[in-house]
Unconditional design. Structure first.
Length: 323
């Protein structure tokens, strides 16, 4: 598979976010240079960090789609976690620089110029970051196969974000901070100009830096455990178990382990069959069950073992499984 073909399989949310933040970095940087606003500089660094790491993540998500090889038989799913961790380093550096700039402006407050340029560009930033955030929330719903509940799109996305792919989670968290940071910067710029309380410029800059630190810690933790190898969420486990137990010849699941590999899942299980099957018949059943599980778009690999029923129910069947 060629590199261009792989890029087409990259995470759409991170690709859109990278392009949007690259544009914002340029226009914010021009405004920061012209006006001398510390808050505008902070939000410029924020957009630069977002554009860089989301570009990293987009490439990582594409490389994660490479087919397994003899040397890497488990595939490349965890590559995306590694790229996200590189992105976290970038965010951390930008956060450090932003906090330093904010502290400097608090100690030595100074007025900024070209207030309407700053206001206009920050308004554009809110719109673009808000658009990317909405796209990320819709992607969360698509990946987790849920529909918008009574609480609305935001509430539904927040409830299910932990089940989304690592790149989508990164974009979602970062653009929450980016949208809020742009609004915070807008308020700080306006208030400091019209009240003459220039300390607000430094406070806004410092708060944006602290928000960046918080998001770096959260994303770093989630992708570290993903890189080590983390079990699938209970909802995914229930879905796979329900699919296996729906097969008429399967009476129980003796053991099952589902490992998350990037945005895909690797399923290993021992299933119990009805008594009386020949070895050939049992093999046919096993392959049929394997194919059914592999048909799930979130499952990348399935390893099944078959054993005869011990007449004991090992796997608890919940009401959700029965549906």
């Amino acid at each position: 598979m060629g590199f261009i073909a792989l890029l087409k399989k990259g995470n759409k949310s991170s690709g859109i976010a990278a392009a949007g933040n690259a544009f914002l970095t340029v226009i914010k940087g021009i405004a920061a240079f012209v006006s001398g606003s510390g808050t505008m500089l902070a939000t410029t660094l924020h957009s630069a960090a977002d554009a860089t790491n989301q570009g990293f993540v987009f490439i990582g998500s594409a490389l994660a789609e490479k087919e397994p090889t003899k040397r890497f038989p488990a595939g490349f799913g965890r590559v995306v976690n590694l790229f996200v961790l590189v992105a976290v380093v970038v965010v951390s550096i930008m956060a450090y620089e932003t906090v330093l700039k904010g502290w400097e402006l608090i100690q030595h407050p100074k007025p900024s110029t070209n207030i309407w340029l700053n206001i206009g560009i920050l308004a554009v930033a809110v719109i673009i970051d808000g658009f990317v955030l909405i796209k990320a929330m819709k992607e969360i719903l698509k990946e987790t196969r849920v529909e918008v509940t009574e609480g609305g799109l935001i509430s539904t996305a927040l409830k299910n974000v932990s089940l989304a792919a690592p790149p989508t989670r990164l974009v979602f968290y970062e653009d929450i901070i980016a949208t809020f940071g742009a609004l915070l910067a807008l308020v700080a710029v306006v208030l400091s100009h019209f009240t003459g309380f220039f300390l607000l410029d430094g406070i806004g800059t410092l708060l944006i830096g602290l928000l960046l630190i918080g998001i770096a810690l959260k994303i770093g933790y989630e992708n570290t455990i993903g890189l080590i190898g983390v079990a699938a969420p209970k909802t995914v486990e229930d879905r796979i178990a329900s699919l296996i137990l729906s097969q008429s010849d399967v009476v129980d699941i003796n053991k099952m382990r589902i490992l998350q590999e990037g945005r895909k899942y690797h399923v290993e299980s021992y299933i119990e069959l009805k008594k009386g099957f020949s070895l050939g018949e049992a093999d046919d059943i096993k392959f049929r069950v394997r194919d059914q599980v592999l048909a799930d778009p979130d499952v990348d690999d399935v390893t099944l073992g078959i054993i005869e029923s011990d007449d004991k129910q090992s796997w608890e069947i919940t009401s959700q499984d029965k549906k």
